[in-house]
Design a protein around this ligand. Structure first.
Ligand SMILES: CC(C)(COP(=O)(O)OP(=O)(O)OC[C@H]1O[C@@H](n2cnc3c(N)ncnc32)[C@H](O)[C@@H]1OP(=O)(O)O)[C@@H](O)C(=O)NCCC(=O)NCCS
Length: 181
């Protein structure tokens, strides 16, 4: 089934939070794990709005923590779909911190994630194509196939690694079998 093409803005998501002590570490900066959860959350909302389906995180290329986010700053995340294939969507997340006294704003992290739309049968289902409408969106759209190709290679390598290391744990009789392989 062919689905109607959507613009990037139709599913763009913003999320803002005040950084308070329970979410910070002993350096007075936002926990990395908390930021990772925020990133996954905005990206998931974006994927669901674009596909209007359930969607699961298939992979995160990387999260680059470029600058720390300090307590009492505002943390703002922007997520948008940069590219789609058949059932998958690449989502870009930009994380900014704003000093609430001075208004100074810096980019603290960026991330590319891939989500897969899941149909009522629990299987991956086709998603609408996405149409970029400005220079940044076009740049990210045009460079996406190369990132997707790298992801495909990484997936093959991950499967090979899983095959090699297996699933047995220390207390299983066959734990040392993996070493013999
Ligand atoms: C993601 C998932 C649904 C893919 O299912 P699958 O049966 O392997 O499906 P396929 O191999 O047919 O791939 C379907 C799509 O997913 C993409 N995909 C699968 N694994 C991927 C990965 N690691 N990175 C990027 N894309 C991936 C494929 O490229 C394909 O995209 P396309 O249809 O646009 O070409 C499945 O691996 C899964 O359920 N993973 C766990 C997801 C999860 O629990 N996430 C955390 C909580 S939301």
């Amino acid at each position: 089934m062919n689905k109607e093409t959507k613009t990037v803005s139709q599913s763009r998501v913003f999320k803002s939070s005040h950084v308070l002590p329970p979410d910070t570490n002993n350096h007075g900066t936002l926990f990395g794990g908390k930021l990772m959860a925020y990133i996954d959350d905005v990206a998931a909302l974006c994927a669901r709005k674009h596909s209007r389906c359930n969607a699961v995180t298939a992979s995160t290329d990387s999260i680059d923590f470029i600058k720390p986010i300090k307590v009492d700053d505002e943390v703002c995340l922007e997520a948008f779909v940069t590219w789609t294939h058949k059932t998958s969507m690449e989502i870009f997340v930009r994380v900014l911190a704003e000093n609430l006294f001075t208004g100074e704003r810096i980019v603290c992290a960026t991330s590319f994630l891939t989500f897969v739309a899941i149909g009522d049968d629990g299987q991956p289902t086709e998603v609408p194509k996405v149409m970029p409408t400005n220079e940044v969106e076009r740049y990210l759209h045009e460079t996406a196939p190369e990132r997707a190709e790298n992801r495909k290679k990484r997936r093959i390598n991950s499967k090979a690694l899983i095959e090699k290391i297996g699933s047995s744990l220390l207390w299983d009789d066959d734990y040392n079998e993996a070493e013999k392989k």
